[in-house]
Design a protein around this ligand. Sequence first.
Ligand code: HEC
Length: 132
Amino acid sequence: MRFVLLLAYALAASAADDAIDQPLAAKGDAARGRAIVVNRQTGLCLLCHSGPFPEERLMGNLAPSLQGVGARLSEGQLRLRIVDSSKVNPQTIMPAYYRTSGFTHVAPAFQGQPVLDAQQVEDVVAFLATLR
Ligand code: HEC
């Protein structure tokens, strides 16, 4: 019995570590999120990822396709991966889009600023959730 309880706690803890269930800002806008994902300056997601973006001629193959990701992952799991993918995979090459510490080379003008702000993270999550 005690073992079963411990196992239940362990599973609950790992589920919590795999997601950020609390939104960081107001409800995201999927259309704004899509624009961020395909943008070559802000998101740069398509440097590594491909996905259902017929207008894009060049997409990356360093990462899984974003096609269907909204069916594979919950909104909380998507949020955690945008905020800081190293929480899921410490060796990841995916940038942490909403973390402001632990970087080594940051130009003074950008110090203390996340790559995406909280609302942009929510917009990207809202868009990814539509990819089913
Ligand atoms: C430098 C390369 C790179 C960039 C840029 C990048 N990613 Fe990733 N991403 C990865 C890799 C590699 C993975 C696979 C898991 C891992 O290794 O961490 C991943 C995993 C993911 C996952 C989980 C996919 C799954 O099927 O489990 C999501 C969602 C995701 N990325 C979204 C994004 C979004 C949105 C952007 C832009 C805001 C982005 N990524 C930018 C490399 C990148």
